[in-house]
Design a protein around this ligand. Structure first.
Ligand SMILES: Cc1cc2nc3c(=O)[nH]c(=O)nc-3n(C[C@H](O)[C@H](O)[C@H](O)COP(=O)(O)OP(=O)(O)OC[C@H]3O[C@@H](n4cnc5c(N)ncnc54)[C@H](O)[C@@H]3O)c2cc1C
Length: 462
């Protein structure tokens, strides 16, 4: 399914025109358009990073540390994406599952070590999937690192990228909606780290989205839970009863984990099928996620020993999206590439997570839809061309919306792999500004050499 960006823009303009004429007279509309403060602000910048999640924060830091003038635009009031807005503390993809050897260094390792999990020069980690101890402190850490780059790096939180205007093969302007109104940003290079490939799609670059994507999950925490033997099994049994009685339409697992404290559980078990790039369906999914989280809490409080004095602490603000649009870029990374650990001349990052595809329909069961066992690749290369779109020359796309098949994306979508791609995109964008070339002309080898100077880039034995 591909949608040309320009037709979407025409549709939006038509829709806006209809809404405007319904509320004001033509004269009023003309006066308003000429004087409206909503359209008055224009910002010119070297590098615009759209989305400040795992990939986007790394991209913005890398570009600014490389000397570019950077604007980071994020719809949440904080950076960190899935880690801070969905409350996911995992740094998956940092280490090889077999020997726990760290395969992603650079900004991902910096963030993990500054969160107190390992040394800055660690070669291995205790677990292949380490967790950070506190997601609020992670927000503070990102605030500090972003502020350290001021004035080269400016941040706009509570700001939604809402339109893209192209001229020929270039993005000329990106429109951002925030408390200033509609802000026009005129960047030399754009990095799309929205997870949903919003910028790529709206610029007319080819992309695809599966008709049925992985389900969405709201994470939540319950306080005052007593650890008892077989807690997970008892929780699962209570959810089966809740489902039978019609209180809970779907769930998985559940993952019931004492991650942050001895009497507090972090729960991943909500499973809501939805289309995350359809605003109405996403809104329905947010409500369903909350309802399901509360149904789970009620079931456990009523039926599971250990929950007698428990209380629902909080669900994180957003339901988490695992999969939506994927770029069809200059190279589409495939499952075979991962499973054969294919080497690419233009490798800029390393992935190592298993092919982690959550089934959309099934209730209980594995998170892995491929096979009864995990499909686990050895560390593999991610080529620079999988960050480069077709047709648009001043755009890079990093994170879970980069160019990969659905199967390959099931592995490359994890947090640390997204950070590694973001860091590479940030370095590439800065090089492109410095050399007055397009990201495509810079090429993956130069990007990799530059990443190595900062201690990042793909895994090497040395
Ligand atoms: C429920 C769930 C559980 C997961 N479990 C794990 C796990 O255990 N381990 C693991 O490693 N990975 C896990 N993942 C996958 C992983 O967390 C994400 O795929 C990864 O964070 C991708 O990074 P990203 O930067 O591409 O996206 P994100 O981290 O989601 O960042 C995208 C950012 O862009 C912002 N944004 C989006 N659209 C706009 C816009 N139009 N304007 C401005 N800002 C915008 C968002 O607010 C967000 O901050 C999970 C994902 C989900 C949803």
């Amino acid at each position: 399914m591909t949608q040309p960006g320009n037709s979407r823009r025409k549709f939006m303009r038509a829709a806006t025109a209809v809404a405007a004429t319904a509320m004001v007279t033509p004269t009023q509309a003309a006066t308003k358009a000429a004087t409206s403060p909503r359209l008055s602000k224009t910002i010119s910048v070297d590098v615009l990073v759209c989305g400040g999640g795992c990939a986007g924060t790394a991209a913005a830091l890398a570009a600014a540390r490389s000397g570019a003038q950077v604007l980071l635009v994020e719809k949440a009031p904080f950076a960190g994406g899935i880690i801070t807005s969905v409350g996911l503390p995992y740094f998956d993809g940092i280490a090889n599952i077999r020997d726990h050897r760290i395969v992603v260094r650079g900004i991902a390792l910096e963030l993990l070590s500054k969160s107190g999990v390992c040394a800055a020069d660690a070669k291995t980690v205790a677990k292949h999937n380490p967790t950070i101890p506190n997601t609020f402190e992670f927000k503070l850490l990102l605030d500090r690192l972003l502020k350290e780059q001021q004035p080269r790096l400016q941040v706009l939180f509570n700001s939604l990228v809402c339109d893209v205007i192209t001229q020929g093969t270039r993005i000329h302007e990106v429109c951002v909606a925030n408390k200033d109104g509609i802000v026009r940003v005129q960047p030399k290079v754009v990095i799309d780290c929205t997870g949903d490939a919003d910028v790529a799609a709206w610029s007319g670059a080819p992309f695809e989205q599966n008709a049925e994507v992985q389900p969405l999950t709201l994470h939540f925490r319950i306080g005052h839970v007593k650890k008892t033997p077989d807690l997970s099994q008892k929780c699962r049994a209570a959810l089966a009863m809740a489902q039978q009685s019609g209180e809970l339409p779907m769930y998985y697992g559940p993952g019931v984990m004492f991650l942050f404290g001895d009497d507090e559980i972090y729960v991943h078990g909500v499973r809501v099928p939805a289309n995350p790039t359809d605003a109405a369906d996403l809104s329905r999914a947010e409500m369903q996620g909350r309802a399901d989280a509360h149904a789970m809490f009620r079931a456990w409080k009523q039926h599971v020993p250990g929950f007698e004095n428990s209380y629902l602490l909080e669900a994180y603000p957003w339901i988490g999206v695992r999969e939506s649009r994927r770029l069809i870029g200059q190279y589409v990374l495939k499952e075979e590439d991962l499973m054969q650990s294919r080497r690419f001349d233009d490798a800029i990052a390393t992935g190592c997570w298993y092919l982690d595809l959550h089934p959309n329909k099934v209730t209980v069961g594995s998170a892995n839809d491929f096979a009864p066992e995990k499909v686990q690749p050895e560390p593999y290369d991610i080529p620079y061309r999988s960050l480069l779109p077709q047709q648009i020359e001043n755009l890079l796309v990093a994170g879970r919306c980069h160019s990969a098949t659905r199967g390959a994306h099931a592995s490359t979508r994890v947090t640390v792999t997204a950070m590694a791609m973001g860091e590479a995109a940030g370095v590439a964008a800065a090089l492109s500004i410095d050399r007055k070339s397009s990201p495509q002309e810079i090429g993956g080898i130069t990007v990799r050499e530059q990443l190595a100077r900062f201690g990042g880039g793909p895994f090497t034995e040395a």
